[in-house]
Write a protein that binds this ligand. Structure first.
Ligand SMILES: [Ca+2]
Ligand SMILES: [Ca+2]
Length: 254
């Protein structure tokens, strides 16, 4: 208490005009709850500047907050648009995937159907990549050849034991001689298939002592090949007189 009174007395001595008893300064400020002193012009100006700076900072802060908020809103909008675009893209990809899946299933189904489909006409028989038909009619060899060609086919050409077995099955079912695409019309003894292939270059299934070019008198020799009903699977070919009327087998490659 004594120290406070001493401080107050000292303050009056320094800041109060001794003649007028007035304070040297116009402004007093409370330094603490027990002591007051006058405020200088610089301090006032400084305080005003501080207030102005604070106001400016507050305004800048508000502007910054507004800018960040606006930016955030725009970024949010952009993200929303990107999400919509991605969803749309995913939907398109899913749709395209479904379409491709459908196409694959369709093509696979079509392929399976094509594989299972018999490429031969109804009354033709499929065997190892060719269609075969035994004629109902009997024809001379040359007419039989033309009849097959009119169907886009040819008289049967036998190039393997498996194909010989197929031909023999036709002959065995009907029990008569059958023309095949075998001849030596162009040159005696030069046996060829109707496509020009030399028979000697292929497996041969001639009957016993055939081909014998048997002389039927009046220049009627044997230049056309047939399946002989009295032969066998492995020895069933005979050279025969071309003007005989036999049934015949047509062959058409698939
Ligand atoms: Ca002959
Ligand atoms: Ca013969």
């Amino acid at each position: 208490m004594v120290m406070q009174e001493e401080g107050y007395r000292k303050f009056n001595q320094e800041n109060v005009n001794e003649d007028t008893g007035m304070a040297k300064l116009d402004v007093f400020e409370v330094q603490d709850s027990h002591f007051f002193r006058p405020r200088t012009c610089c301090e006032t100006l400084l305080r005003v500047l501080q207030c102005v700076l604070l106001a400016v900072c507050a305004v800048l802060l508000l502007v910054l907050i507004a800018m960040v908020t606006s930016k955030f809103w725009h970024v949010s909008q952009d993200l929303q648009e990107m999400k919509s675009a991605i969803d749309s893209l995913n939907a398109s990809m899913l749709s395209a995937s479904e379409v491709n899946k459908g196409k694959s299933q369709y093509l696979e189904s079509g392929s399976t159907q094509d594989t299972k489909k018999d490429p031969c006409f109804e009354d033709w028989e499929l065997f190892q990549g060719s269609c075969y038909q035994l004629s109902e009619m009997e024809e001379q060899w040359d007419d039989a050849k033309k009849a097959c060609e009119s169907e886009g086919a040819h008289l049967m050409i036998i190039t393997s034991l498996e194909e010989q077995r197929q031909a023999w099955k036709f002959m065995r079912d009907v029990g008569v001689n059958i023309w095949i695409g075998l001849h030596d019309i162009d040159e005696e003894g030069d046996w060829r298939w109707v496509d020009g292939t030399m028979v000697s270059a292929m497996p041969q299934f001639w009957d016993y002592k055939q081909p014998d070019n048997w002389d039927h008198k009046k220049n009627r020799t044997e230049d056309c090949g047939s399946l002989h009903r009295h032969g066998s699977l492995s020895s069933g070919w005979n050279d025969d007189y071309c003007m005989e009327y036999y049934r015949y087998i047509c062959e058409k490659e698939v």
